[in-house]
Write a protein that binds this ligand. Structure first.
Ligand code: UD1
Length: 431
């Protein structure tokens, strides 16, 4: 298994281009199952998760062609026919978002057998909201032996459905089914994340009639058929936010390019409050912190978009470990998302967790140590902390990072960070 070794203390100076959003790309790839024509996705991130989903889609009948074009990576997905409507346990278990093929499979073929994703290290993460919404659209769902058996032999039917919580995954999954349902669907209390707008834009480019994405109420007029399209994946706001935290932690001056500041406004506001110098320009964000200047602790609560993103909670906590004073960080989206705390403590951070709250008391400096990546977002927080820690920090189990961060060490290295990958044996993935 690969490890990442960081020798802390080097300021970051330079430019970091942001990749296409992982969380968007994997839903857009699932959308390709809805048509027998090719879907061309540009600005595609090249990640373990997208490669993995590509393999599952191939088993279902898709041709997946990855290309490196002059203006960036592209993927063309083409499923002339669904050859199998089965997504087996070993594939869905390894990447939870694989579950999102269920909706498109039912919508296109009238039936599907998809494994339940099972638990995950950041909490229980059930799929009850996904299934209730698909049932509202007329799918008949049976659960046995860990599988979802879904049937809609006469097709899905538009319906009004209210989500009990604005779940990102359930909103996207329902959209992926409702676009081919007969009649109108009105979806209420939807999640408003930019990735949902991106999915709706792509579906509309494919001939769907989706209105209101990005607001709590989405209306979908079902169409009989979708066609091929070309769509550019939106910039990754989590990668943007993580590199913004990295630049602030290491000190120096970094311009994040090919991104959108409005996607991370809540984070930028908190960074400014903490003393980071932030300048936004169309398509880029400049992050500056003088090496000698200590940040101050600020409090935050994670919330659905446009609130503070739960995926940026760990990176921001890393930043707070050396800020002056205290910072109270409340996690409201996932119940077990403080697994980075004991690892940050190994680097000398002073953090106490009480239920859903972490109290960070800023220390003067961190010291490098061996740490373990526990999940995708937690692992990048360890790299961020390592950038400022004295001596060497070695982050083990970096396959988590490879799921969501494209060429992380290369991008940081280009700005002067002393980060290198140490090759290990076979890499692995988990949910
Ligand atoms: C997505 C993102 C993830 C991000 C999260 C919240 C992807 C691939 N992942 O995850 O990076 O952290 O949004 O912004 O896009 N829940 C239920 N029942 C359900 C569905 C969700 O109880 O059927 C709960 C979850 O356990 C969690 C909360 O709702 O506590 C939010 O989950 P959700 O918004 O669905 O997150 P994901 O789509 O899984």
């Amino acid at each position: 298994m690969d490890r990442i070794a960081i020798t802390g203390g080097a300021p970051l100076v330079g430019e970091i281009p942001i990749s296409g959003a992982k969380n968007s790309a994997i839903k857009l790839m699932a959308a390709s199952l809805l048509t027998d024509q090719p879907l061309r996705l540009t600005n595609m991130p090249r990640l373990a998760d997208t490669r993995f989903l590509g393999k599952l889609l191939q088993r279902l009948g898709a041709q997946v062609i990855e290309m490196q074009m002059a203006d960036g990576p592209e993927t063309v997905l083409h499923t002339p026919e669904i050859v199998s409507a089965l997504a087996p346990y070993d594939l869905v278990r390894q990447m939870r978002a694989s579950f999102n093929v269920l909706g498109p499979l039912i919508a296109r073929t009238g039936h599907a057998k998809v494994s339940l994703p099972g638990g995950c290290t950041i909490g229980a993460r059930p799929v009850d909201m996904h299934l209730k919404a698909l049932e509202a659209l007329g799918a008949v769902i049976d659960l046995h032996e860990g599988y979802v058996y879904a049937q809609a032999p006469r097709g899905l039917k538009g319906a009004t459905h209210r989500f009990p919580f604005p779940s990102v995954g359930a909103t996207e999954h329902t959209l992926l089914a409702a676009v081919l349902a007969e009649g109108e669907s009105v979806l209420e209390n939807c999640a408003c994340e930019p990735e949902i707008v991106d999915l709706a834009d792509c579906l509309n480019a494919m001939g769907a009639k989706v209105a209101g994405a990005g607001t709590p109420t989405i209306r979908v007029k079902g169409v009989a058929k979708l066609h091929g399209a070309t769509h550019a994946v939106v910039p990754d706001r989590i990668e943007t936010g993580a590199f913004a935290c990295a630049a602030a932690m290491a000190g120096g001056e970094v311009r994040l390019t090919k991104t959108r500041s409005d996607f991370v406004q809540t984070l930028l506001d908190k960074m400014i409050e903490a003393g980071v110098d932030v300048t936004t320009e169309p398509g880029s964000i400049l992050i500056r912190r003088d090496i000698g200047k200590r940040l101050v602790g600020v409090d935050l609560t994670t919330d659905p978009y446009p609130g503070f993103a739960t995926d940026l909670q760990a990176p921001f906590m890393a930043l707070m470990t050396t800020a002056k004073g205290d910072s109270v960080i409340r996690e409201t989206i996932f119940e077990n998302r403080f697994m980075h705390v004991p690892e940050l403590a190994r680097l000398g951070a002073d953090i106490k967790v009480h239920g859903g709250e972490a109290h960070v008391h800023g220390v003067e400096s961190l010291n490098g140590a061996q740490v373990m990546a526990t999940d995708l977002r937690a692992s990048v927080s360890l790299v961020i902390a390592g950038l400022a820690a004295k001596g060497e920090t070695v982050v083990n189990r970096v396959y988590h990072l490879d799921r969501g961060f494209e060429r992380l060490e290369e991008k940081l290295g280009a700005c002067g960070a002393n980060v290198r990958r140490e090759k290990g044996g076979e890499s692995e993935m988990d949910a």
